[in-house]
Design a protein around this ligand. Structure first.
Ligand code: HEC
Ligand code: HEC
Ligand code: HEC
Ligand code: HEC
Ligand code: HEC
Ligand code: HEC
Ligand code: HEC
Ligand code: HEC
Ligand code: HEC
Length: 406
């Protein structure tokens, strides 16, 4: 508003007031003609405290260029896009304007109590609770709600992410629509534009721009109503599972020819064994071992073949290791299997050593078991033989005696 000369602002204010007056007249007229017809009694907008019909509100609020200047200079756009409202989920569900604008019971409306557009939006923080209890209680525990309570008025509230006048159904048959899904990062970008820019250049975000439903949106890693502080150890540890959810799913990964052993190889690795198996028991302890994103990046993940940052390039791996192993030299990463399950081509030494053990151990253990088994068997047999021999001797003895008697 800085560029507009004072006199012009003043005259446009007069114009607005005159327009408002004229609209008042129109509304009053509409009220009169309306009340004369028995079938549309609610077109009246009396100061009675009873909810008015949407038609009365829309009658004024579909006028183009209807604005309201707040005390601190912000301008609210009061024009409601009628076709968009009628196509919206709230419009088609038959909501009354006054379900949400409960304090507006007639015209003129009460003077707006807040002074800035941001405070105007924040007034409606509790409005959605009456019908969306689940999302509201989830949102109450989110990092955005906590930041709001702490006084960060820029943190997101319901109507920052959902325009209540134009909101479409996002869940159809219990599934998020692809259309709504690809819109998620755009919603977050209004306030997190730097992260959005990084993300859209990553292997994941580039997919979203092409409408690919397989790649993660902000919500796959953060949630939406349950967004938590990503700086906690708990978030860090659970991030492994959120990457793994897709990266171990062959029905997704086969399309891209990507290895689905990335979690199992990570867990058997000295880094992953601790983070996956031991740390979760002490979720408040700092983790010094890398999780997936310490090596791959977060919002800027690239294909492993990317020449500047991809991890299949030796120099790039070394830089990654050096963050925590500052003395690592060029050969350091060779001591490590990455996500490979040892094979004759990639890591012949480890592969053949493992193969050797795979043969040697069963051979030794099996041999021992065989030896012990046959030994026991022999002992039982010889004992059995000795016993039966003794018995036959005993049985035969009387015969001998008989013979002697003879
Ligand atoms: C006769 C025309 C007219 C009618 C009918 C009307 N409004 Fe308004 N509305 C206005 C004007 C003019 C403003 C500008 C601020 C003011 O004068 O209060 C406004 C402002 C508003 C605002 C923004 C300021 C605030 O108080 O929060 C909302 C929301 C609003 N109207 C909703 C409604 C709803 C809901 C209805 C129906 C129940 C309705 N209006 C009916 C003319 C009208
Ligand atoms: C589901 C709840 C809901 C319904 C139903 C609803 N509104 Fe709103 N309306 C809001 C919220 C929330 C805001 C505040 C938006 C903001 O400033 O971020 C708002 C703002 C407004 C404003 C002020 C300008 C603005 O956009 O900030 C006007 C005018 C308005 N609504 C008119 C209407 C009219 C007319 C209807 C009925 C056709 C209606 N609303 C139905 C929730 C609703
Ligand atoms: C008077 C009740 C009511 C209020 C208040 C209300 N809604 Fe709704 N909302 C509905 C109904 C009914 C639907 C239709 C779909 C459903 O049954 O969930 C809906 C649907 C939605 C959807 C789409 C849900 C889906 O499953 O795809 C969103 C998002 C939404 N509302 C957001 C809001 C926000 C944000 C507010 C507050 C500004 C709000 N609603 C206030 C009744 C309400
Ligand atoms: C930071 C942005 C953001 C905020 C804040 C937010 N939502 Fe949502 N909401 C979304 C997104 C994105 C989706 C769709 C994606 C999804 O559900 O995973 C969604 C989905 C929904 C749905 C559809 C059903 C469901 O549970 O997913 C409803 C209803 C809803 N929101 C209501 C609300 C209400 C009420 C509030 C405030 C208490 C709110 N939202 C706050 C971003 C937000
Ligand atoms: C209306 C603006 C707004 C929107 C929309 C919004 N956020 Fe935020 N968000 C904030 C603000 C402000 C903070 C506080 C930290 C800051 O200043 O960056 C924050 C904090 C966060 C944090 C915690 C980071 C930290 O440094 O504490 C995460 C994670 C986050 N938002 C994710 C999202 C996601 C995901 C979406 C989309 C679904 C989203 N936000 C939409 C304003 C918004
Ligand atoms: C593949 C998973 C993933 C996706 C997709 C993702 N994030 Fe994140 N995000 C993370 C992780 C992991 C962290 C924690 C980083 C840390 O420890 O510093 C994080 C941190 C954040 C933070 C706080 C720290 C910071 O860098 O300021 C914000 C805000 C945030 N993400 C917003 C977003 C938004 C907005 C999007 C979508 C455009 C998004 N994220 C997409 C995983 C993801
Ligand atoms: C919603 C599913 C999903 C989630 C969650 C997810 N990814 Fe991905 N990721 C994909 C898909 C699909 C691709 C392939 C995209 C393409 O090539 O267009 C991919 C590609 C990658 C690549 C590039 C592989 C290559 O060389 O082409 C890396 C590295 C990667 N993801 C790491 C991660 C990490 C680390 C996380 C967790 C912080 C994560 N992903 C979370 C689906 C996901
Ligand atoms: C210590 C570092 C490190 C950690 C931790 C790590 N990775 Fe990797 N990742 C790599 C390297 C290096 C490569 C490249 C392998 C190669 O070709 O040399 C790679 C490759 C990949 C690829 C591409 C696979 C393919 O088929 O091309 C994906 C996907 C991936 N990692 C996902 C993950 C996920 C998910 C996690 C966590 C469960 C994870 N990574 C943990 C270093 C790491
Ligand atoms: C986020 C930090 C971090 C990153 C990144 C990281 N490591 Fe480690 N690594 C550790 C920690 C911590 C240990 C355990 C050290 C100990 O217990 O003495 C460890 C242990 C090891 C060990 C076992 C032998 C030893 O030195 O204790 C090897 C081998 C190793 N890492 C290789 C790598 C390779 C190769 C990379 C790069 C691809 C890498 N690490 C990246 C933190 C990291």
């Amino acid at each position: 508003m800085t560029g507009i000369p004072h006199s012009k602002t003043k005259s446009s204010l007069w114009l607005a007031l005159m327009l408002a007056g004229a609209l008042c007249l129109v509304a009053a007229l509409a009220a009169f003609t309306g009340s004369a017809r028995a079938d549309s009694p609610a077109a009246v907008l009396p100061q009675t405290g009873t909810p008015a019909d949407n038609a009365a509100c829309i009658g004024c609020h579909q006028q183009a260029n209807m604005t309201l200047k707040l005390d601190k200079g912000d301008v609210l756009n009061l024009t409601v896009d009628l076709p968009a409202w009628e196509a919206s989920i709230h419009g088609t569900s038959g909501l009354a304007c006054t379900d949400c604008h409960a304090s507006i019971t007639g015209f003129p409306h009460d003077k707006v109590a807040v002074q800035t557009a941001r405070d105007y939006t924040l007034q409606y923080t509790e409005t959605c609770k009456q019908c969306h209890a689940k999302e509201s209680s989830e949102q109450d525990d989110s990092i955005h709600a906590m930041l709001l309570k702490e006084g960060n008025t820029n943190a997101a509230t319901c109507s920052d992410c959902h325009d209540p006048h134009t909101q479409k159904l996002v869940y159809v048959d219990g599934k998020l629509t692809d259309e709504a899904r690809v819109q998620i990062p755009v919603t977050c970008s209004r306030c997190h534009s730097a992260i959005y820019d990084q993300y859209t250049q990553s292997v994941h975000g580039a997919g979203i721009l092409e409408g690919n439903p397989d790649v993660p949106t902000c919500a796959d890693c953060h949630g939406v109503h349950t967004i938590s502080d990503p700086a906690t150890t708990q978030f860090k540890l659970s991030s492994v599972q959120s990457c793994a959810k897709c990266h171990t799913d062959a029905s997704i990964m086969d399309k891209y020819g990507l290895n689905t052993n990335v979690l199992s190889t990570y867990v058997t690795d000295f880094h992953g064994t601790t983070t996956v198996l031991f740390n979760p028991e002490n979720p408040y302890e700092q983790v010094n071992k890398p999780v997936c994103y310490d090596c791959h990046g977060i919002h800027n993940i690239v294909s492993i073949d990317d020449p500047t940052r991809g991890l299949a390039v030796k120099e790039n791996i070394l830089v990654t290791c050096q963050r925590c192993h500052p003395d690592a030299t060029a050969s350091f990463p060779d001591s490590w299997l990455s996500h490979y399950t040892p094979s004759a081509e990639n890591t012949p030494l480890i592969f053949y050593v493992q193969l050797f053990y795979k043969i040697l151990i069963p051979l030794v253990l099996g041999g021992m078991a065989f030896w012990i088994g046959t030994d026991i068997f022999r002992k039982i047999r010889t004992r059995g033989k000795a016993k039966s021999h003794a018995e036959t001797v005993e049985v035969e003895k009387p015969a001998e005696e008989k013979g002697k008697e003879d």
